[in-house]
Design a protein. Structure first.
Length: 136
């Protein structure tokens, strides 16, 4: 089973199949997206509580919470799931992605992307279920 591996050297900007496919600019973009989705999660939660939404409706926080998890995990792991699916990587300026040529590397990236998406889904589900079960 392939796991998502952390890059040992945070200053390192080198492609590692299944472990690191984005550089500093892309990492900032993923972190910013995670922050925006976390803020959206909190705002949605506040609105749902303010309008007295039933517990089942509070499960809607799953979507922004999972989005926040995707952003934060991609930034932390220095790995973009969408880039892995597309078979590209980017360590330069935004928009400068290049193709991953080796098929084995692409398969490793796809496995890592699947794990990252699964982790994000679980994180979003945990947040949503806990929020729905709170006696608010």
């Amino acid at each position: 089973m392939t796991t998502i591996r952390m890059v040992d050297d945070p200053g390192s900007a080198a492609y590692r199949a299944g472990a690191c496919n984005i550089g500093p600019a892309e990492i900032r973009r993923r972190r910013d997206a995670g922050i925006a989705a976390a803020v959206a999660t909190v705002l949605l939660a506040v609105v749902l509580v303010a309008i007295g939404a039933p517990a089942w409706a509070r499960l809607l926080v799953f979507f922004p919470a999972a989005g926040a998890a995707v952003g934060f995990l991609q930034a932390r792991f220095r790995f973009c799931a969408a880039y892995a699916i597309q078979g590209v990587r980017n360590f330069g300026p935004l928009g400068g992605a290049e193709r991953v040529a080796d098929a084995a590397d692409h398969r490793a990236d796809l496995r890592a992307a699947a794990r990252l998406v699964a982790l994000s889904t679980v994180a979003g589900a945990v947040v949503a279920i806990v929020f729905a079960l709170l006696p608010l």
